[in-house]
Ligand binder design. Structure first.
Ligand code: SF4
Length: 192
């Protein structure tokens, strides 16, 4: 199977999955999206609530934190989804946007693993604690954001989740954009 065929098969299995209780509780589910040969993969926590039904099923689309992430991505990778791959730790939207439980993260682990194997990125960017924990990163985020982690040959960077940043207003958003630019420089140095 080539990558495209494997990806279609993966999407099909995600759409039918009932491995954890999130399958029937939330609003929608979404597999990842982006370039299957991307050097950089972004991993968030879980699909968020989206008001527009047409935007459901896409990661980081259709709410304020998605807008912030996409602004950061498109500022640094002008081709956006054609340059990077974006996904979440779990693929179904938890009810009321609550955090996914450990059992749900474990049940969904195989899907994220499949995406990483398929895309084979050089750099993984964890957006928030849930994604960082998936890679065994347990330092407080205010320290983790300054550390270069290594995982199976990938550089792993950690950032705050954009939803968290938005709680602190405009200045925090500007700082996030600036931090993103610095991270992009580091990624460019690493991938060459
Ligand atoms: Fe399946 Fe993952 Fe959705 Fe749980 S969150 S039902 S494991 S796709």
């Amino acid at each position: 199977m080539n990558k495209d065929t494997k990806f279609i098969d993966y999407i099909d299995r995600v759409s039918k999955c009932k491995r954890c209780k999130l399958c029937g509780l939330g609003q929608h589910r979404c597999p990842g999206l982006g370039n299957l040969n991307a050097k950089v993969m972004f991993i968030g926590e879980a699909p968020g609530k989206v008001e527009n039904p047409e935007l459901r099923g896409l990661p980081f689309v259709g709410n304020r934190s998605s807008d912030l992430l996409l602004e950061c991505v498109y500022t640094n990778w002008p081709n956006g989804y054609d340059d990077v791959y974006i996904t979440n730790t779990v693929k179904c939207n938890p009810p009321d946007n609550r955090k996914p439980e450990d059992s749900e993260i474990l049940a969904c682990k195989q899907f994220l693993r499949e995406e990483i194997n398929l895309v084979n990125p050089k750099v993984i960017v964890c957006l928030g604690r849930t994604a960082a924990n998936w890679f065994g990163i347990t330092e407080p985020l205010n320290r983790a954001v300054y550390i270069d982690y290594k995982w199976e040959g990938c550089l792993v960077k950690v950032l705050y989740h954009p939803a968290y940043v938005l709680r602190f207003g405009f200045q925090a958003t500007l700082q996030y954009l600036a931090f993103f630019r610095l991270m992009k420089k580091r990624i460019d140095e690493y991938v060459g």
